[in-house]
Write a protein that binds this ligand. Structure first.
Ligand code: AFP
Length: 342
């Protein structure tokens, strides 16, 4: 009797929410799209999987912050003179370990290390990574992120790493992405064929494709900038911010680059970190913060410049921890901000 009742109701179960497909898992997606990579060797796929795995471990730690002793400062500073948080250090260890294990990575550039980390001369890839960006937000339970760029080494594998391998322009990236540890955890990446976003399903321990072929709206109404330093912004930046206010745009600034960028990419907006009196070249790092987001931005229809007419990805790095002013987001908004320079 019970069985016949269920059977008679079953068409609605098939089409109900509980029976909805959960989507494509990241692993399967990477495998299905392997032929899009310039070097279809499977190594880049493995490398992306390694990053995803390390991010799951970091995600677990981030979610436990507050319960165990991983919040707060280490008592040391990183390359930029910022206080190192315990989770910064932990994330750096997790990503370095995961990337070292696979053998695909020759060297790692990290916010947490003064010089590059030499991993394996036989490796073909160079990774630039900010293992945990926005870490001053950890203690107050605000979204944080990981940002990464992947480059192919220039010198032949087997040789010691050269400057030309390390100091590559953003245009040379073969993949880039970020992980946002937010109200849900997302991994967003590009290999130069559009941008795809995956949401982490913690009970299954997997990322699933939730945001296929992401597009930045052409324009938007959100501007994100730390106006606390506005007195020392250059005139064109001040003028653009006044313009945003005249237009009644919405001000949104978390102080966590990945979160601010991600929101603007989805809703339409501009993120600005300009030169200030304190930081003459802005605060953000070209190699492991700006280039990855610039690549993702361009791949999703947006734009990224230094606010002075230079495309971020074309800036030749001269140092691992080089800073640059950063204007990124909806194309029309970045173009408008640039126009205030002329
Ligand atoms: P922390 O990692 O020290 O929190 O810095 C975060 C960050 O690099 C970036 O994520 C923010 O957008 C930016 O700095 C915020 O800087 P301000 O506090 O100067 O606005």
């Amino acid at each position: 009797m019970l069985i016949s009742m269920i059977t008679s109701n079953s068409p609605s179960i098939e089409s109900s929410r509980i029976a909805h497909s959960i989507g494509t898992a990241l692993d399967r997606f990477i495998k299905n799209n392997q032929n899009q990579f310039l070097y279809a060797s499977g190594e880049l796929s493995q490398l992306l999987r390694d990053i995803a795995l390390a991010s799951k471990v970091v995600n677990r730690e981030v979610n436990k912050a507050g319960l165990i002793d991983i919040m707060g400062a280490m008592g040391s500073t990183n390359t930029g003179g910022d206080q190192q948080q315990k989770l910064d250090v932990l994330a750096n260890i997790r990503f370095t370990r995961a990337l070292a294990k696979g053998g695909e990575v020759a060297a790692l550039i990290s916010e947490e290390s003064e010089t590059f980390v030499d991993l394996n001369n036989d490796g073909k890839y160079i990774i630039a990574i900010d293992p945990l960006d926005g870490s001053s937000n950890i203690d107050v339970n605000v979204s944080i992120g990981t940002i990464f760029s992947v480059y192919r080494r220039k010198s032949p594998a087997g040789m010691p790493i050269q400057d030309e391998d390390i100091l590559q322009k953003g245009t040379e990236q073969v993949a880039a992405g970020y992980i946002l540890y937010g109200s849900s955890t997302m991994l967003v990446y590009t290999t130069g064929h559009g941008v795809n976003g995956f949401t982490y399903e913690p009970t299954l321990g997997e990322y699933f494709l939730s945001h296929p072929q992401m597009q930045t709206p052409e324009s938007g109404k959100i501007f994100s900038v730390n106006e606390g330093s506005a007195n020392s912004f250059e005139k064109p930046v001040k003028a653009y911010i006044d313009y945003c206010k005249e237009k009644n745009y919405t001000a949104r600034y978390i102080g966590s680059l990945v979160a601010d960028y991600h929101r603007n990419m989805l809703k339409g907006g501009i993120y600005i970190y300009p030169a200030t009196a304190k930081d003459k070249n802005g605060k953000l790092r070209l190699m492991y913060e700006c280039n990855a987001l610039a690549y993702i931005s361009e791949q999703s229809g947006g734009l990224a410049t230094d606010g002075k007419g230079n495309r971020i990805m074309e800036i030749q790095p001269t140092g691992l921890h080089q800073r640059t002013p950063f204007f990124v987001g909806s194309k029309e908004m970045v173009e408008k901000a640039e126009a205030f320079n002329s």
